[in-house]
Design a protein. Sequence first.
Length: 485
Amino acid sequence: MKLASISSAFLSSPLDTSAYTLWNSDTGASSHITPHRHWLRNYKKCCVEIKLADGSSIYSEGVGTVLFEPIINGEPAQQVEFSNVLHVPALRNNLFSVLFLSMHRDFAINIHKDTISFKLAGKTLFYAKVHPSSNAAYLQGTTIPISESANLSSSATLPMDLELWHCRLCHPSYPVLRKMIKDELVTGLKITSTAKPDPICEPCLSGKMVADPFPSSSHHSSRLLQLVHSDVHGPIRTPTHSGFIYWVTFIEDSGRFRAAFPMKKKSEVFSCFKRFKAWAENQTGHTVRILREDKGGEYIGREFDDFCAEHGIQRQHSVRARPQQNGVSERANRTMEQGIISMLHQAGLPLSCWGEALAAFIHVWNRTPTSAVPGKTPYEAFYGSKPDVSMLRVWGLLPMSTSKRTRGRGGVLDLIWKSASSLAILLTIRARSSTTLPPRNLSSQSVLSLMSVISLASRSLSPPSSLPLSLMTHPPPPNHHQLSP
């Protein structure tokens, strides 16, 4: 059996009340079909394959007859009975087969404008009118249901058990139902059957099904730069002072050492990777072997592919719409974003300072342990020695000048600010104006480039553009932990 009208029958919304209760006159259906069991009389089991127009198949569960009361000229007419009506719960509409009546019941079908007349021996038994909103012709009349199974709430046909109340209460969990009964939280919830409910509820499976979590990988590279994870974050709504709205992350797999490059355009990923590759290989003496990313457009291109082929770098692309396969860099970007927001909030700085916060965050993050590398920090895994964190201070504290020698001068200022706990915080910045910064208002107009407070000794604020954020030689010079102005 072939069903051609898939758009009107199979894909209609069950919330379309008229389509769900009326009969759609369909010239493509070879049999009458309904999803309503309580309409069918003389019901018997019948499994028939129904092929849809898209090539898929569904199956009927039974067959029977339906009693229909037509309306002609506004008045109820003689009732008619539709035979060989298939029960197909998978459908959402009731299909009335025009061809079945014409070929097997000797009906004459007349179509005039928006009306389809069904005549037998010259007498019109019923007719269909075209609905203007759907361009579908629906029979004019009412289907008469079987009284003893007209609805699910009839206590004469269905036992009052947990399964029935599970359906009546819109599919809550059975522990919730038992709690409602035990604690008498509602009235009228009567149980007359102690039958155990079916543990498999198909509507629950359909509505509550979720994808299984991706299994965590316990595999880690055995040497430096054997595998590098990468991902792009952005665009960020607020650009930095230098106009950056993206950053690209590179993470060394064996030790989870992270690098980030700020970018103005996604197309800069290739140049950032070349700079990262040159720097990392020079620092470690190892070569990059595998690059794993999400196959975004910024990683695809003949120039990128040719470069990796020339240097023997294997490309690994994750499956489309499956960020879990690139989870190391995806999760790292999320962690960096959360850390940056926390730092900016604590410092009271505008969002345009996220570039400086990113530099400081990665610098510190590489010096904190990770569960992926037990017993050492990413810094130690990369450089081979333990990091010294004695110079770290709270990032972004407001400074004020204490040096008379530098007051009223432009250029580099060495500022000190003492907090309520009398902790001295040193910060090196470059001021745009020649005036001393106010102690309570450090705005973006006053500072061209705000370094992290981990930078204590340097007076040179322009990092080499070829190096990534927080990835410098060992030991890392403090003047390399900021974005170039």
